[in-house]
Design a protein around this ligand. Structure first.
Ligand SMILES: Nc1ncnc2c1ncn2[C@@H]1O[C@H](COP(=O)(O)OP(=O)(O)OP(=O)(O)O)[C@@H](O)[C@H]1O
Ligand SMILES: [Mg+2]
Length: 457
């Protein structure tokens, strides 16, 4: 077994015991252990504190020790133990797609088993052939899973929709960086044994619908050695989980939320067909904005559901711990200001380290919220808005307190219908926040967006 095989094996082991893939730091620790590196060296290479890397390593050895029933497994003997191990039917099939069946680990305590002869091999083959049906997994387009905290309730909801309610179309929508992709990558190992095929595709290059369909059919046909006439036919005859990420790239910039770009309108019909026609599969869309036809399709007992992903709560403090920030008592203030958005919190934590040596109070002592690298992300987001949406948010940025919608009309030169459409669309993009005050609904902007817009004037 070489280091790559060892990593693949260990990753599968972690997946089957904890339901999660190894993250990039855990993999770095395993590689380091394989090459006999010290924690200090691994920490330096990965820009983490030595203390933190040791903590992650300690937890990792605990997980692997219990999975392999070997209390003595540790960094020093990881390589030797794994080299004495035999791996079951984990195979790579082109394009980074992995077939996972049962993983077979012969006892770590008995190196003689690994040198054992034919009868043991037959025993092993038998084990492999008795294994559960294989899932054809194609995550070649997905990013590496990273550190991940919480999201237990979201994962429970999604599992219930998929496994119990047999929901056919799920839209997970939320701001950029809120964790849609990360959440979905956590979900996959927890439900993968329920599916024949799991395919992840990113829309970062905005594929036209026929291109996507051909690509999916090709993947599925290669696995089966037959030509399949249509995607929907395959979704009927097999249980597939199809994940389409970055769906907002097929929506128009400069139009209200959820409008398709010219040439992409047929996606609307495709999504509707997958939600309404009978099949055993599930389509998950990850997007900044909900497609417009989805609202009409969803409901309590309908096979179409949406999950609005909001920020992390106090557990986001783990991001600050990992970055080595000081003054834990101030962390909740930061989490609230940046609305628990893990990408924003990572950016801010790096900024606090770079500029204030990790002191949160020094950062907070500035009157204005410092945006740094967030400015560019917010610019991209605001650039997509219509002129009427831009007017609404610029005006809201000048209001210190949340306001009622009736006040908008008095201050903006927009027709009533244009105003309501703009406010609704901004809500769909999650750029404005609603505040309940008695029986009134008031509107305001997120602090980060407020700051960005103030800086524009
Ligand atoms: N629950 C979490 N715990 C810790 N880190 C997280 C969590 N969720 C997301 N992150 C981190 O935050 C960053 C953004 O997450 P992710 O890429 O999943 O966001 P996204 O919603 O898919 O954004 P986009 O819409 O731009 O694709 C990543 O670095 C990810 O590792
Ligand atoms: Mg994403």
């Amino acid at each position: 077994m070489d280091v790559e095989e060892a990593l693949k094996f260990t990753d599968n082991l972690a997946l089957t015991t904890t339901g999660k893939h190894l993250d990039s730091l855990q993999k770095a620790i395993l590689r380091g252990a394989w090459d006999n590196q010290k924690y200090k060296e691994i920490a330096e290479q990965h820009h983490r504190s030595e203390k933190y890397v040791k903590e992650v390593g300690f937890k990792l050895w605990k997980i692997l020790s219990s999975a392999l029933d070997d209390e003595k497994l540790c960094k020093a003997n990881f390589r030797a133990k794994l080299e004495n191990l035999r791996v079951g039917n984990v195979s790579l099939v082109g394009n980074g797609c992995i077939h996972i069946g049962n993983i077979s680990a012969e006892s770590l305590h008995s190196p003689e088993v690994s040198q054992s002869e034919p009868q043991d091999k037959d025993k092993f083959k038998e084990k492999a052939s008795n294994s559960e049906p294989q899932v054809h997994l194609d995550l070649s387009d997905a990013p590496e899973p990273n550190l991940f905290y919480n999201r237990t309730s979201e994962l429970t909801t999604l599992k219930q929709w998929i496994l119990e309610n047999r929901t056919r179309l799920i839209t997970i929508y939320g701001l950029s960086g809120i964790g849609k992709t990360a959440l979905t990558l956590q979900l996959i190992p927890q439900i993968q044994h329920e599916f024949d095929y799991i395919i992840y595709r990113s829309f970062r290059n905005s594929p036209p619908l026929p291109t996507l369909q051909t690509n999916l059919i090709q993947f599925v046909s290669q696995q089966q050695d037959i030509e399949l006439p249509s995607l929907i036919e395959h979704l009927r005859s097999h249980r597939c989980l199809l994940i389409l990420d970055d769906v907002q790239t097929i929506f128009s910039s400069g139009q209200l939320a959820g409008h398709y770009q010219p040439g992409y309108e047929n996606y609307g019909t495709f999504f509707k067909q997958l939600a309404e026609s009978s099949h055993n599969s599930c389509l998950i869309l990850l997007t900044w904005e909900k497609p417009r036809e989805i609202a009409a399709l969803e409901g309590e007992n309908r096979p179409c559901k949406s999950l609005q992903l909001n920020g992390l709560g106090a557990e986001a403090g783990e991001i600050f711990r990992e970055k080595g920030l000081a003054e834990e008592e101030k962390w909740s203030q930061l989490i609230d200001l940046y609305r628990g958005n893990p990408l924003w919190l990572n950016i801010v934590a790096t900024m606090i380290q770079d500029l204030f040596g990790g002191s949160v109070s020094e950062f907070l002592s500035y009157d204005t919220l410092f945006l740094g690298d967030l400015e560019c992300l917010l610019h991209q987001k605001c650039d997509r808005l219509t002129e009427s949406e831009k007017q609404v948010i610029s005006w809201l940025a000048s209001e210190a307190e949340p306001v009622e919608i009736s006040k908008f009309s008095a201050n903006l030169e927009l027709s009533r219908s244009a105003l309501l459409q703009a406010v609704q669309s901004l809500g769909r993009r999650l750029l404005i926040e609603k505040v309940k005050q008695g029986d009134k609904t008031l509107f305001t902007l997120q602090p980060v967006l407020m700051e960005y817009l103030k800086n524009q004037h």
